[in-house]
Design a protein around this ligand. Structure first.
Ligand code: SF4
Ligand code: SF4
Length: 311
């Protein structure tokens, strides 16, 4: 039996690599006992800001067996998205690297669908579901439990091999697989991300107050951006990568191999004036499949105006 479990685990990992995932790890599907009090405290301190959805599905978030009946394993995959070149560093506004190309939800979902189809073809009648950044799954916790990385003081997942610019996806299966061990924490005494955060959103090591983060203000917040963060956005108009950019582990980042994550070529030379004059047509064309579409043009313009006026 153990041999069969090992063989199936190897098959899934080999297929994940063939599909282009950079990492694949396995955990036993069980109640996340250590996470329960952490999540509760974070929500009680209202660090989710107006992201009310973070408080939903509390029980499901902590127990994958409530998401897939009879779940036995959580398979976590990572996909590198570190770009070859950053967009318009000079005289430009900045957007988070994760939003350069095609929305990762589409890219990872397609690959995970193929992985699940492979499980059905090769292993048989397995009950499974795939997840990409969906509220009920604590993706970073599963990645850590599966030995793929650790959650840094900035609360992003960090891999030892290629830093933190990785997307995470999961497949929950009612299939027994060989679990990988959890990964240790390699932040040590470093505090670079905490020191560099312009809005002091990393309130304690491993605690980000989502309601103070530039990503929240520029993407999630629908109302006006509050005055107390005026002058602090350092040219970020969609998301913020500062805490990741300063992290020493990102010296191991290397360019991704997923063409869908390449930015629209027009973005390469986008100067501040181009952003400020952006029309609906250009926005549509450049961000047709990008996560930037989430803010809509009005949201992006609000962010640009806020940064232009105050930075
Ligand atoms: S993303 Fe930016 S604002 Fe948010 S915690 Fe990191 S450095 Fe701070
Ligand atoms: S900058 Fe330092 S403390 Fe922050 S996540 Fe990276 S290694 Fe950890």
């Amino acid at each position: 039996m153990l041999e069969l479990i090992q063989k199936r685990t190897q098959l899934i990992k080999a297929k994940a690599a063939e599909l282009g995932f950079d990492f694949c790890g396995v955990s036993k599907a069980e109640f996340l006992e250590e996470e329960a009090p952490r999540l509760e405290t974070w929500l009680n301190r209202q660090m989710n800001g107006r992201m009310g959805y973070m408080a939903n599905h509390f029980d499901k978030r902590l127990d994958p067996r409530l998401l897939v009946e009879g779940a036995k394993s959580v398979v976590t995959v990572l996909l590198n998205y570190y770009p070859e070149k950053t967009v318009a560093e000079i005289d430009g506004y900045k957007i988070s690297k994760y939003a350069y190309g095609t929305d990762y939800h589409f890219v990872i979902k397609d690959k995970l669908k193929d992985l699940l189809a492979y499980v059905h073809d090769e292993i048989g009648d397995v009950n499974g579901r795939i997840f990409v950044d969906s509220a009920p799954v604590m993706d970073k916790v599963w990645a850590k439990k599966s030995g793929l990385g650790w959650v840094g003081k900035h609360t992003n997942l960090i891999t030892r091999e290629m830093g933190s610019f990785v997307f995470i996806g999961e497949m929950i299966l009612d299939l027994e697989l060989v679990a990988d061990g959890p990964m240790a924490d390699y932040c040590g005494t470093c505090t670079r991300c905490i020191d560099a955060c312009p809005t002091d959103a990393i309130t304690d090591p491993y605690v980000v107050d989502g309601s103070k983060c530039i990503s929240y203000f520029t993407i999630e917040l629908k109302d006006a951006i509050p005055d107390e963060v005026k002058g602090k956005f350092e040219n970020w108009i969609f998301g913020c990568d500062i805490c990741q950019d300063v992290c020493p582990w990102n010296r191991f980042s290397r360019p991704h191999q997923t063409p869908a994550f390449d930015p629209n070529p027009a973005l390469a030379d986008f100067k501040k004036a181009d952003w400020e004059e952006i029309t609906q047509d250009i926005f549509q064309e450049i961000f047709r499949r990008s996560a930037v579409k989430r803010t809509k043009l009005e949201g992006l313009k609000r962010n640009i105006a806020f940064v232009k006026l105050n930075d």
